[in-house]
Design a protein around this ligand. Structure first.
Ligand SMILES: [Zn+2]
Length: 666
């Protein structure tokens, strides 16, 4: 959390939350101070995330994600608070003082991640250097055979991991600690004490089996001061190396393509394991290079492998990314969705990856992407297609990619004999789960028509099936707490309490100077200029003295705001129930009407009337009880009180006032 006096606090005041959130989410202006956009933290079609420019907070009315610029960056980048501070300082080009951490663990993690990024950067240049060496001739030949030019090699920072298991370690060891190298995922590593008796177990992660002693002696670089390192050897050996970058272009992992032909070489493609900086479910290969083109063209091309991705990219289609052969995850879909919701998938449906491709498509559909499918002639992957037929032909194929549901219907027609009733049912059962994933009911309905038309199925029957499918679809929509549920008077008081005048001057500092609302009003009626209007102080005064908010829907929220005010805290930084945070954000986002002394006065009066009305109701109830008990003494006393209350109410103009509606617990 940013506290006054902190660097983070100063940074927060200077950082433009609209600009920073706007780098991740497309925002549009929705009011004088607020902007709205699609929330990156949950799936949605219409924007429910608001960003308040001057109050510097964001709030999603859909999923409740809420906070300041730091929490936004922390959440979206999945990093710690100090890292978010650093990132924002970099974005704002504000020099960073020495980092401070809220816990030793946080410091350890942040330093580890920073160190791992450095290690990867160094490893990447190491592999690049190695590719230029005479020993890498076969690697350069392989790349040339795939049509990869030196310019492409440089652009994608491709490299070569030498056959030696120790060369990289020697390069990195002087600069970084053992712990860091352990966490880097670049080495296979076993403590001597943990060494398996069965030597074959060393072949985890594609390392060759063999006793450690023999490896060490064959390399001949071991000394006694690095006994633990004795069992570390490079995970990637004799491989062409492709760095994997995060969204900002920093190297976080590698894929190595083997150049060995023997069985022992391990998998053809070897990926870095998960590390504190690399989680394969959150990364899309080439997104760092592709994101601007994706945003500009408003669609992405998704291919399966890195080689395909590089081919398509260098053929001039810069909006291409790769899923690296695994099924798309929700995190990846949201990552991509920040740039465009349109995607052309160029998978080979008949390969071993077909299942992963199907799962990816299913996920993208449910995440509301508009999908087209590009099917190349049998036997062609994008890389081969471009090399044989050229970029123009690929562009042509891309332009003629098919809508996903057309593609599915065609597949259904090819798989099932739709001329027979049984075939129709089978085709329907094949298609329905896909239809069911579409979030929009209207689109599902359109698809039903389309499918019934194309398969020649009676529309009424299909619609019945579809309706059933639609019903069983579990709703992931979180209904936002309605701000309207709060009575107008309470909204005004919430606004007043959260008004900025007091944000930097706690009430407690100025005790004894409280100006009763009544006196403030008198001054105004005498024509005094409104210099004394301090809505936060006036609301605070009335509410703490009279507890006017007691028993109302906003009671907890108002109590939290009173507390925030007394301590000079930012209201949005208070601990609140989700519903209350929603209400507060809603009220703050919607400050169209100017907060005037009159507005505040009438809100307070309205709450006072409500209190009187409640007392009256209570009295009526007691009176009835007294009559039932045949207790004339009590009844007479209660009647007297009722007269007093009614007078007070008449004095406040209560008889002309309709009962307060909505949001009250009474
Ligand atoms: Zn959300």
């Amino acid at each position: 959390m940013a506290n006054p006096g902190d660097f983070a606090y100063t940074l927060k005041q200077q950082a433009d939350i609209v600009r920073i959130v706007g780098e991740y989410v497309t925002l549009r202006k929705a009011g004088a101070q607020n902007f709205i956009g699609l929330c990156p933290f949950h799936q949605e079609k219409t924007p429910s995330m608001s960003v308040h420019a001057s109050r510097q907070f964001f709030h999603c009315f859909g999923c409740g994600a809420s906070g300041d610029v730091f929490s936004f960056v922390q959440k979206i980048e999945n990093i710690t608070f100090p890292e978010a501070v650093r990132l924002i300082a970099e974005k704002m080009k504000i020099p960073m003082p020495k980092m401070s951490f809220s816990s030793p663990e946080e410091e350890r993690v942040a330093k580890l991640r920073g160190g791992l990024l450095d290690v990867h950067e160094r490893a990447c240049t190491f592999f690049q250097e190695q590719l230029r060496k005479p020993e890498a001739a076969h690697a350069r030949e392989y790349l040339a055979s795939r049509g990869i030019t030196p310019a492409i090699i440089a652009e994608f920072r491709m490299g070569f991991a030498p056959d030696s298991g120790f060369l990289l370690r020697e390069v990195l060891r002087g600069q970084w600690s053992e712990e860091l190298l352990r966490e880097s995922g670049l080495f296979s590593w076993k403590d001597k004490s943990q060494l398996p008796v069965v030597s074959g177990q060393l072949s985890v992660d594609g390392a060759p089996p063999g006793p450690v002693g023999s490896m060490a002696s064959s390399d001949g670089v071991l000394t006694t001061d690095n006994r633990l390192l004795a069992t570390a050897y490079a995970k990637f050996r004799n491989r062409v190396m492709f760095p994997i970058c995060n969204e900002t272009g920093k190297v976080i992992a590698f894929t190595g393509r083997t150049l060995a032909t023997d069985e022992k070489a391990g998998p053809k493609y070897l990926n870095s394991p998960e590390t504190p900086i690399y989680s394969k479910s959150r990364v899309l290969f080439n997104l760092d290079k592709a994101k601007e083109a994706i945003r500009k063209l408003d669609y992405a091309v998704l291919v399966e492998g890195q080689m395909d991705c590089i081919s398509v990219y260098t053929a001039g289609f810069h909006n291409v990314i790769a899923s690296s052969g695994t099924a798309f995850t929700e995190l990846q879909a949201r990552l991509l969705g920040r740039f465009s919701k349109n995607i052309v998938v160029n998978f080979d449906p008949d390969t071993a990856g077909a299942a992963a491709a199907e799962r990816s498509l299913a996920l993208l559909i449910s995440e509301d992407f508009q999908i087209k499918v590009l099917t190349l002639e049998a036997g062609f992957d994008p890389d081969l297609y471009i090399r044989r037929k050229g970029a123009a032909a690929y562009g042509e194929a891309l332009a003629h990619s098919q809508k996903y549901f057309d593609y599915l219907i065609e597949r259904a027609r090819a798989q099932f004999p739709v001329r027979t009733p049984e075939g129709k049912v089978k085709a329907l059962n094949y298609l329905l789960p896909h239809v069911q994933r579409v979030p929009s009911r209207i689109v599902r309905d359109e698809l039903a028509n389309e499918i019934s038309h194309r398969l020649g199925i009676d529309s009424a029957v299909l619609r019945q099936e579809l309706r059933h499918a639609a019903r069983s679809r579990s709703s992931s929509h979180v209904s936002p707490t309605s701000v309207a549920a709060l009575a107008d008077a309470e909204r005004v008081l919430v606004r007043a309490l959260a008004s900025r005048e007091l944000a930097h001057s706690p009430v407690s500092d100025r005790d004894g100077q409280d100006l009763p609302p009544q006196r403030a009003q008198n001054q105004r009626s005498l024509g005094t200029p409104d210099l004394d209007f301090e809505p936060a102080r006036q609301a605070h005064f009335a509410l703490t003295r009279e507890r006017l908010h007691e028993g109302s829907a906003a009671e907890a929220l108002i109590d939290a705001l009173l507390l925030a005010q007394e301590h000079g805290l930012d209201p949005m930084s208070m601990e609140l129930e989700d519903a209350d945070r929603n209400v507060l954000a809603g009220v703050l986002m919607d400050e169209r009407e100017e907060l005037t002394p009159e507005l505040l006065e009438s809100a307070i009066r309205s709450l006072r009337r409500r209190v009187l009305r409640r007392q009256l109701e209570d009295l009526q109830h007691q009176l009835k009880e007294a009559e039932r008990r045949q207790d004339p003494a009590s009844a007479a006393r209660l009647l007297q009180e009722r007269i007093k209350l009614r007078r007070a109410m008449t004095a406040m103009g209560e008889t002309a006032e309709p009962p307060a509606a909505g949001g009250l617990s009474d």
